[in-house]
Design a protein around this ligand. Sequence first.
Ligand SMILES: NC(=O)C1=CN([C@@H]2O[C@H](COP(=O)(O)OP(=O)(O)OC[C@H]3O[C@@H](n4cnc5c(N)ncnc54)[C@H](OP(=O)(O)O)[C@@H]3O)[C@@H](O)[C@H]2O)C=CC1
Ligand SMILES: O=C(O)C1=N[C@H](C(=O)O)C[C@H](O)C1
Length: 239
Amino acid sequence: MTAPLRVALVGMGKMGRTIDALAAERGAEIVARLDRDDRVDAAALGGADVAIDFTEPAAAVPNVRACLAGGVPVVVGTTGWYDQLPALERDVRDADGRMLWAANFSLGVNAMIRLAAEAGRLLRDSGMDVHLVETHHTQKKDAPSGTAIAIARAATATLGREIPTTSVRVGHVPGTHTLVFDGPFEQLRIEHDARDRRVFAEGALAAARWLAARREPGVYTMSDVLAPASDQSTGGLRP
Ligand SMILES: NC(=O)C1=CN([C@@H]2O[C@H](COP(=O)(O)OP(=O)(O)OC[C@H]3O[C@@H](n4cnc5c(N)ncnc54)[C@H](OP(=O)(O)O)[C@@H]3O)[C@@H](O)[C@H]2O)C=CC1
Ligand SMILES: O=C(O)C1=N[C@H](C(=O)O)C[C@H](O)C1
C-alpha cells in the first residue's frame, strides 16, 4: 500500500473545505488546516509533502514565500496576484523551491485554453468580433477571473488583437467562461461551465501529487501536469 500524500491546506474557505472533503478518497491526508490569522511556517505546515493555497489575492504571495521558507513545495490556486508572478518566480528559483500555479485546475478549462488559441488562429482573418464573458458568484474578490485572463491571453496571441472581457457577478455560480466569435451570419461560442467546485479540488490534488513527486526545483503550471497537446492523455485527471 502506498503512503498517503501529506497535504497542508492554506485557506479553509470554499475551496479549502472542498479539498478537505475529497482528500481521503484521493489518497491524501490533510496534516494542516491553516486559515486567516494562522502562522504559515515549518511547524504549522505539519511535515506536509506539499501545501495547497486557496486564499485571497493579497495573501497568496506571502504564503508562498512562507512555504518556501518552511521547505514545503506549494500549489497555488489563488488568483488575482499575477502582477507579482515574475518576482515570485525569482524567489522560488533563488530558494531552489518548487511552486505550481494555475488559475484553473479543471481539465475542461485547460482544454478550452488550447481551443481558444486554435480558434484565434483559424479565425484571425475572419473579421469576426471577439468577446469573452466570465460569470462567478458574488463573493469573488478579483475581476476578471484568472481563468478569463488565461483564455484571453491564449486567444489574443493567435488572433493578433485584444479581446474585451466582461465580468458578471451573480448568485452562487462556481465559474462559467464563454468565448464568443461573432460574424454577420454566424456565431461560434466556446464555453466552459464548472458545475461543482469538486472539479477544481480534483485538479488541485492531482497537481499537488505531481509536484510532490517532482524533484527538480522550479515553477510549474497545469500544462506541466497535463500531457502535451499532441498526446491525448489527461495526466490522470478525470473530466
Ligand atoms: N485555480 C482554481 O482552479 C481556482 C481558483 N480559485 C481561487 O482561489 C481563491 C480562493 O477561493 P475560495 O476558496 O472560493 O475563497 P474563500 O473566500 O471561500 O476562501 C478563502 C479562505 O482563505 C482565508 N484566508 C484569507 N487570508 C488568508 C491568509 N493570509 N492565510 C490563510 N488563509 C487566509 C479566508 O479567510 P476569511 O474567511 O477570514 O476571509 C477564507 O477562509 C480565489 O482567489 C479564487 O479565485 C477558486 C476556485 C478554483
Ligand atoms: O473565485 C472562484 O470561484 C474561481 N476562481 C478562479 C478564477 O479566477 O479563474 C477559477 C474558477 O473560475 C473559480
